[in-house]
Design a binder for this molecule. Structure first.
Ligand code: ATP
Ligand code: MG
Length: 328
């Protein structure tokens, strides 16, 4: 582990129980929400975690927050194993890793003022007195771009725009001075301007506060030039990971290529052919044998039905899990 390592995820798995195959008997069914994920996050680094709905992105975030218990694997924060903690230890951990839901219409309590919302995490953690909490809330609001903070403190969420509400959500995470923000964008989040605002704000916070960010999105196109690295998830696994430019310009996994092919590009001469994924929609209960992407893969061959490819190096800081990569 290098000095620069903030968080290390090793072989993390989360399987949910989903009843049995028959009504009263049969095999237990398990949802393979996160299925053997390893990942290292460096200080102040931004990693975009990309993949379509149901691939396990939010579950991974909840595991990091200690809000779900893993089935297997471990998570180390600053060299300390935080996989299994008691309630008190978990509370102090929550100060360091904050999850921000990118959903300004769901995340705020409509009956609380902005001041109450942003000071509440400090009260929950027993930090400071009323005056200090208000001071910290003011600073967090201003760092989140809501200036001057005094004009926002007495207002209610419904008096703010979607973008301003999203900034309040981020301010409520910032008051605890976290080292990592996990920003989770649900698949339903369609407001492009708010998405862009969140990205700009997180990029600023990384620069001013050296906060590391795991940015969860289904849209590889929104990653832009904001992320240092991109990790692409498919059915609970990371199937490709690398420096942002490497992944965007030199994608190796057929799934990443398909995601990239549908991103609109402004220059018509750069337009490439859309890769339409065939086959059944992914189902984390009945995982296909071999490579889990093979039923939808446009280049799959017989061997892909029988081999589950591990991540292999395809460049200095670039790995992909496909039978066709790495072996030259
Ligand atoms: N508490 C739970 N019990 C059972 N299954 C669950 C539970 N939470 C998540 N799942 C299942 O685990 C899989 C991964 O879900 P997750 O919410 O992590 O996906 P996601 O990548 O965040 O999707 P989205 O982009 O739609 O937010 C899905 O099949 C989901 O139905
Ligand atoms: Mg999700």
């Amino acid at each position: 582990m290098s000095d620069n390592t903030l968080l290390e995820i090793r072989g993390l798995k989360k399987y949910f129980d989903a009843g049995r195959t028959g009504l009263f008997s049969g095999e237990p069914r398990r949802v393979h929400a996160v299925d053997d994920v390893s990942l290292t996050l460096h200080r102040g680094e931004v990693i975009a975690l990309v993949g379509e709905s149901g691939c396990g992105k939010s579950t991974l975030g909840l595991l990091l927050m200690g809000l779900e218990d893993p089935t297997a694997g471990s998570v180390l924060l600053e060299n300390r194993d935080i996989t299994h903690l008691n309630d008190r230890q978990r509370k102090s951990l929550r100060r360091k890793i904050q999850m921000v839901f990118q959903d300004p219409y769901e995340s705020l309590n409509p009956t609380q003022t902005i001041g109450e919302i942003v000071t509440e995490p400090l009260a929950v953690h027993g930090i400071g007195d009323a005056a200090l909490r208000e001071e910290r809330a003011r600073k967090a609001l201003e760092d989140a771009g809501l200036k001057p903070a005094d004009t926002y403190l007495p207002r209610y969420p419904h008096e703010l725009s979607g973008g301003q509400r999203q900034r309040v959500v981020i301010a409520a995470a910032l008051v605890l001075e976290p080292e990592i923000i996990v920003a989770d964008e649900p698949d339903s989040m369609l407001d492009v301007s708010i998405r862009a605002e969140v990205i700009n704000l997180l990029a600023e916070l990384r620069a001013t506060r050296q906060i590391a960010v795991i940015f969860i999105t289904h849209d590889l196109g929104s990653v832009g030039f904001f992320a240092d690295r991109v990790a692409v998830m498919y059915l609970g696994r990371i199937v490709e990971i690398g420096d942002m430019l490497d992944v965007l310009e030199n994608a190796q996994h057929p799934y990443t290529k398909a995601l990239l092919s549908v991103i609109p590009v402004p220059n018509p001469r750069m337009r490439h052919e859309h890769i339409i994924l065939q086959g059944e929609t992914p189902n984390p209960v009945n995982l296909p044998g071999g490579c889990r992407f093979h039923p939808r893969c446009p280049v799959a061959v017989e061997a892909c039905k029988h081999n589950d490819p591990p991540l292999v190096a395809v460049g200095a800081a670039h790995q992909a899990a496909c039978l066709f990569v790495g072996v030259k």
